[in-house]
Design a protein around this ligand. Structure first.
Ligand SMILES: [Zn+2]
Length: 644
């Protein structure tokens, strides 16, 4: 559960709004008061306790949840509203420290140092007479000048103070060099020495292209260790970094696929051979932060493993982590309330390829570069690979091992979102362990019910009644609208033009009933006009608490990218549908209120409702006409696409 939901769960909207709207009184199932946002004598401001929402049926026609209320009331941005309400609700936000500015300055300085060090190493590799041996090494690996330059590959001289002297001359203190990881400090503080000496240097950059650390490979047999990395520090976290992502991200986005190799030498070789969608983990099993990072750019991952690590326990653990990481915040499922919730299900396409015995990707790519594409193409889907590897070490004739196989694999099968696929693997497992598949299916369903999350109390339903179509639910309309804008940022303008041409308001935050979606829309709107909008998601412009939602929306796009002309044609209609849904919800609410009024003999109230219902229906007609004008067959297509 995200902080927004946690806050909403702790604050009651009626109590909260009553603090701002003294006239708020109970009227049937709802509460009614004078709208705080426009002057009125007859109350038309309604709060709905059941859905924890509010709506003004008067002049402003606004509505939303507790967040949008306080944002309108106090003029807060989403971030401010979040802090304010978190405080009221007693929910602790994971804040950065109060010394943000100081920490940023410090980080900036370390980035400068590491970047200067990278230039230093690079120029040594290109020019230093001492680097002859290193240049030969580069040539032997088959890395060309373009690769050397693109990755700013370098050489650390065989001296204790080569880099140190260079950087001290630029005015940096020893302590800073040590903090940046390029210097090893000593007790007396003035005699630290270069960490990297006589090594081939590979700068590690983050996805934005900032150098954050180094990988240093030994050039001679007697040197140990063979691979030496920058230490963990304020800049460099090897469990979160992905080597090459800054260079590979466009190719990953374009191909919709990221190939992950084990070492940076593998990634360099792939680049050299023209395979540009390849990144490398930093000597750790694939981690959760790494996968979240990748999910911003693609929906399909191929993990290329060295043959000797392919079946190891560490690799399986890594894959299991990957499986779990990929399930988070990926799928949006509509709820009975007309909202949605995210369901943790395995929805990304993770495939595994193991290389021929004794070969790593570097060797393979150098020996037969043209075969790489086919190798990647043959990658096994995660579940197949997992089943194969888990069962390979078991004796499936033995009851104990059968039980172990079922216990290990059942959680994986349970998270397969597509029921046809799930059935396929269930049958496969049944054959493997020679257990009747009905027994396994019962086990699957029993386990699914046991793990139904309490947070889903409104929408929990028994596993067997889950409609098949839920398997590939695309998320709510709002999320898909955002996904299209993220995927095709240039279209916002043309979409608005089409709406205006139909005498319809441009897309705005009010169109998003969900406050996080509204805040994300604002960020996307600002980002869409920046020059880099096509390459970098709007990560800087959003509140850190929106990251989860942003990742979910990006995943939605990666799972279903659409061509530009499709987005230009369909997005205006999608906006109209979002507005239609909102109006329909209002009409339902008004009908309920009208019934309440009649029951309490409030004739005026009932009349007011009737007038408002007819107004809302007029507005529906206007939307429908605009929709028809945009396309005759449009609505049917939208139904098919988004109702699933
Ligand atoms: Zn109002």
């Amino acid at each position: 559960m995200g902080v927004v939901d946690e806050i909403k769960g702790r604050l009651d909207i009626v109590d909260f709004i009553a603090g701002y709207v003294p006239s708020l009184t109970k009227a049937g199932k709802t509460c009614k008061g004078l709208c705080p946002f426009h002057a009125e004598k007859t109350p038309s401001f309604i709060v709905f306790p059941e859905t924890q929402t509010w709506h003004c049926f008067g002049a402003c026609g606004a509505g939303g949840d507790i967040f949008s209320f306080i944002m309108r009331q106090e003029g807060y941005q989403f971030s401010e509203a979040l802090r304010f309400l978190a405080d009221k609700a007693g929910v602790l936000l994971a804040e950065r420290s109060a010394d943000d500015a100081e920490a940023d300055k410090r980080r900036q300085k370390l980035l400068e140092i590491v970047s200067l060090a990278a230039s230093f190493f690079h120029s040594r590799l290109l020019q230093s007479p001492q680097a002859e041996f290193a240049r030969n090494y580069v040539a032997r690996r088959g890395l060309g000048a373009e690769t050397v330059q693109t990755f700013q590959l370098g050489y650390a001289p065989n001296r204790w103070d080569g880099l140190k002297t260079h950087l001290l001359q630029k005015g940096y203190a020893e302590a800073d060099l040590a903090a940046a990881g390029v210097l090893i400090a000593r007790e007396d503080k003035s005699s630290g020495y270069d960490r990297f000496r006589d090594r081939f240097i590979v700068p590690i950059r983050n996805e934005r292209g900032q150098t954050i650390g180094f990988g240093a490979r030994a050039l001679r047999d007697e040197q140990t260790p063979k691979y030496l990395n920058s230490p963990q520090n304020a800049l460099f976290d090897k469990s979160a970094a992905l080597f090459g992502l800054d260079i590979a991200k466009n190719a990953i986005r374009e191909s919709g696929q990221a190939v992950i190799v084990e070492g940076y030498m593998d990634a360099l070789q792939a680049y050299e051979q023209g395979y540009k969608n390849v990144v490398a983990e930093m000597g750790t099993a694939l981690t959760d932060p790494q996968l979240k990072l990748l999910k911003r750019y693609a929906g399909r991952f191929v993990l290329a493993l060295d043959a000797d690590s392919a079946g190891s326990a560490a690799t399986l653990r890594g894959i299991n982590t990957a499986r779990q990481a990929l399930t988070e915040g990926v799928k949006a499922v509509p709820t009975a309330q007309g909202g949605f919730r995210y369901e943790g299900r395995l929805d990304a396409d993770l495939r595994i390829v193991s290389l021929p015995p004794g070969r790593d990707p570097d060797d393979f790519l150098r020996e037969s570069p043209e075969a790489w594409a086919a190798l990647v193409e043959q990658a096994l889907p995660l579940v197949d690979y997992y089943i194969q590897t888990v069962t390979a070490s078991l004796n499936l004739e033995v009851a104990k091992d059968k039980a172990k196989a079922v216990a290990t694999l059942m959680p994986v099968l349970r998270e397969i979102p597509n029921s046809v696929e799930q059935e396929h693997y269930l049958q496969q497992l049944a054959r493997l362990v020679t257990i009747d598949e009905r027994v396994l299916r019962a086990e699957l369903e029993r386990a699914a019910q046991k793990t139904a999350r309490p947070a889903d109390r409104y929408s929990a339903r028994p596993a067997e009644t889950k409609p098949q179509s839920a398997a590939k639910t695309t998320g709510g309309l709002e999320e898909y609208c955002l996904a299209m804008l993220l995927g095709r940022p240039g279209t916002l303008n043309s979409v608005n033009k089409k709406l205006v041409a139909q005498n319809i308001d441009v897309l705005n935050t009010e169109d998003f009933a969900d406050v996080q979606n509204g805040a994300l829309f604002l960020a996307v709107k600002h980002w869409a006009v920046t020059p880099n909008a096509t390459t970098d998601p709007p990560l800087q412009t959003t509140d850190p608490h929106l990251e989860g939602r942003l990742a979910g929306v990006l995943a939605l796009w990666h799972n279903r990218p659409a061509p530009l002309e499709y987005v230009e044609r369909e997005l205006p209609k999608l906006v109209l549908r979002m507005r239609r849904n909102r109006l329909e919800k209002q009409i339902r609410e008004l009908n309920q209120m009208q019934r309440d009024s009649l029951q309490t003999n409030d004739r005026d109230g009932a009349l007011q409702c009737r007038r408002l219902i007819s107004e809302a229906k007029d507005n529906l007609n206007i939307l429908d006409k605009a929709h028809d004008a945009l396309s005759i067959t449009g609505r049917r297509r939208m139904e098919e696409t988004f109702r699933g």
